[in-house]
Design a protein around this ligand. Structure first.
Ligand code: KG4
Ligand code: ZN
Length: 338
């Protein structure tokens, strides 16, 4: 029987299709980003996202099959993200997946996008992967889970307000940097002084890990326009210390993610931390997390950047485990935004 899974992802602003063998061997991973379509709005516009997925999804299936040098007849199962995400976007991928499964008589599995991000950390390395503490940090999510297997995740804590990626995107906007904010802040931060400003860090509350980024974002805002709440935010070219602000902000985000995560891993006695999602691309986060985790005898594992951001290899990978566990979906399967 074929061990190949075709994965489809369309939950937000990336359309992606991948072919993965046996849950791990990535034969192809095609991603079509909509970043340029959303850039001038400073964030994802759901209506534009849905239409764009619709335009590219089937050509992308062809491209992923061609890249993998296989045909649909070689595929054993179709895996698709059905939650959480933008409902109109999810429905495009789910409908395409159902159509392919029905037409080819293939089993269908529905994958949780967050669980798939966490699974991505296990795809490129051999050896033991579980149990682990999974830190999912993306544009829409900042949460910690205990992962006992690819699809057994228990929520430990999630952000009280903004997601870390959202904070990067909003602060980038204040600094006049391009969307998405994470990469552009990182680039500017490399030329700045990360100790120039002592922006607030979130700390565990009553012993429980807690994440919060709205206070940090407000601190940057007040730094830029002074304490007068009615004063306008200065134009980007009138901010002389932009690089120092970017570097100090990035340092505050990294510390805010690393402190509670490493403390939780030590407290829970978990030997490894999987750091996943778009923000896991961040160089500084990777360095600080690895160093702090090592101080506690904990290993910090990151997917390579292409598998931190949204992709379908993680969907096909986790989909294989769901398929083998018999967790199949029917054609009545629905998408769910939460
Ligand atoms: O996982 P992802 O591709 O999509 C979601 O599921 O949200 O994550 C996108 C987020 C964006 O907020 C982007 O600014 C952030 O990941 N990001 C980064 C970096 N690259 C992407 N944040 C910090 N540093 C980066 N290098
Ligand atoms: Zn994602």
């Amino acid at each position: 029987m074929s061990e190949l899974v075709l994965g489809i992802e369309s939950s937000c602003d990336e359309t992606a299709v991948a072919v993965v063998r046996g849950g791990r061997e990535i034969l192809s991973s095609a991603v079509e980003s909509q970043v340029l379509e959303h850039a001038r709005y400073g964030g994802v516009v759901p209506e534009i996202a849905g239409r764009s997925h619709l335009r590219v999804i089937l050509p992308l299936v062809d491209r992923a099959l061609a890249d993998a040098r296989v045909g649909l007849a070689d595929i054993g199962c179709i895996a698709v993200t059905n939650r959480p995400g933008l409902i109109g976007s999810l429905l495009v991928g789910l409908s395409a997946a159902k159509g392919l499964a029905f037409a080819r008589g293939l089993p269908l599995v529905c994958v949780n996008h967050i669980e798939a991000h966490a699974y991505a950390a296990t795809m490129e390395t051999a050896g033991e992967h579980y149990p682990s503490l999974a830190l999912v940090v993306s544009g829409g999510h900042t949460a910690l889970y205990i992962a006992r297997s690819p699809f057994e995740l228990e929520l430990v804590s999630r952000t009280l307000d903004d997601a870390a990626g959202e904070a990067f995107d909003k602060v980038a906007y204040l600094l006049g940097l391009s969307y998405p904010g994470g990469p552009s802040i990182s680039k500017l931060a490399a030329t700045g002084n990360d100790r120039a400003y002592d922006f607030p860090r979130c700390r565990p509350k009553r012993g429980k890990p807690a994440f919060s980024f709205s206070g940090l974002k407000t601190a940057v805002l007040y730094h830029l326009r002074g304490q007068d709440a009615l004063a306008p935010t200065p134009a980007p070219d009138a901010i002389p210390d932009r690089a120092d602000v970017a570097a100090s902000f990035e340092a505050a985000v990294a510390d805010s993610l690393v402190g509670p995560t490493v403390a939780a891993a030590a407290e829970l006695g978990l030997p490894r931390i999987h750091v996943v999602g778009g923000v896991a691309c961040n160089r500084r986060l990777r360095d600080v997390m690895r160093a702090k985790a090592a101080e506690h005898g904990v290993e910090a594992i990151f997917p390579s950047p292409a598998y931190c951001t949204d992709n379908a290899a993680m969907i096909a990978g986790l989909g294989w485990h769901l398929w083998k566990a018999g967790r199949l979906a029917g054609l009545e399967a629905d998408a769910c935004p939460q």
